[in-house]
Design a protein around this ligand. Structure first.
Ligand SMILES: Nc1nc2c(ncn2[C@@H]2O[C@H](COP(=O)(O)OP(=O)(O)OP(=O)(O)O)[C@@H](O)[C@H]2O)c(=O)[nH]1
Length: 133
């Protein structure tokens, strides 16, 4: 059985458990988003990079969320990269105005795809999730 006096004890590892909470993006759920922020260690914001008409709304929602916590690290996933009309990570960086974030904020922007075909690739959204938690 694990020795609780060692730094690698089972008891120590319990404290490292991560909880990944996926909160829906539909309009009626956005009201609750900020309630998760106070206990969050990182915000993962998944954007449909192929849905150009809704990018201004995504930018606004993201900026509102970030205003709640100036230090919360941010990971933006530029999802649906399998679609030919998807914006690249660089284009999404511009559309979401990520250059306007304060310099203390850690921000990572990653191209992802959540399709079955992408599961085996480096940009699989599942791969990114396993890197994070
Ligand atoms: N082509 C493609 N379709 C995707 C990808 N990710 C999600 N979809 C599709 O997009 C649609 C919406 O996906 P959801 O996962 O329900 O979207 P969501 O925004 O997480 O939904 P909520 O959690 O309710 O906000 C579904 O039909 C998915 O199959 C992707 O990377 N590529």
């Amino acid at each position: 059985s694990p020795d609780p006096s060692t730094p690698h004890s089972w008891a120590g590892r319990v404290a490292d458990v991560w909880l990944f909470v996926s909160v829906g993006g539909s309009q009626n759920l956005r009201f609750y988003w900020n309630q998760y922020l106070s206990q969050a260690h990182v915000l993962v914001f998944v954007v449909d990079a192929a849905d150009r008409p809704r990018l201004p709304a995504a930018r606004q929602e993201l900026q509102w969320l970030l205003a709640e916590d100036p230090r919360l690290p941010l990971v933006v996933l530029a999802n649906k990269q399998d679609k030919s009309d998807a914006l690249s990570a660089a284009e999404l960086h511009r559309e979401l105005a990520l250059h306007t974030l304060n310099e203390q904020r850690e921000c990572f922007l990653l191209p992802t795809s959540a399709t079955h075909a992408a599961l085996a690739t480096a940009t699989s959204i599942r791969h990114v999730k396993s890197l994070l938690v």
